[in-house]
Design a protein around this ligand. Sequence first.
Ligand code: SAM
Length: 207
Amino acid sequence: MTSQSTIRRVPALSPRASSLDWDTHHGPVRNRRRLIPAWEQRAAYDLLGIGPGERAVDLGCGVGHWTRVLAGWGLEVTGYDFSEVALTYAREGDVERQARYVDWDIDGEATPSGIVPGSVDLVTCRLSLEYLDSARLLHEVRRWLTPGRGRFYALVRIDAGEAAGRPGLLQRSLTRRQIDGLGLEWGARAEFRMRGLVGLMLHTPAA
Ligand SMILES: C[S@@+](CC[C@H](N)C(=O)[O-])C[C@H]1O[C@@H](n2cnc3c(N)ncnc32)[C@H](O)[C@@H]1O
């Protein structure tokens, strides 16, 4: 028989965050001010190898800071997110109308018609892959990418031991093992690691 005193409370993995959870998160100004640091922009730019006129999709774009960095590098980019609040701020913040922002529940709804298979040069997931069904998504992303040229870039939080699975909305992280398991069947992969983050790039196999 198990007595009450012997039952240990184990922090549960947080359930899937809803679009309403994210609406609440994106509301306060302080949560919308997190710009993309210069070191990260430099590291990502070196990894991405951007060509002129390339087409990009930014998944889980939030209020669009990263989406606009991509647009500033000359990419024709569409950001997708399921938080209406985030998308409203993304559109308002894009005074030069550099990008498009579209409502989509990436795990829960069919791929939007705007994403034409075989036509996307770059798909990015900045600090959002941790919240998505990564195996299913990567399978889909390969279909969207241009053969031979297309690539996938994600910036993910890597767990520091027990931080993995902590319940806070912004605390989600992947383990080293989970990251190593991403895109094993892709053509090539590259990484940078900095300050608890991993930048991961996957290339489609040569055409
Ligand atoms: C930590 S924020 C990152 C936002 C942005 N990429 C950035 O780097 O500032 C994660 C984003 O993923 C979005 N997200 C989470 N699950 C999603 C889903 N199933 N479909 C669409 N967007 C989702 C959230 O709404 C949130 O804006």
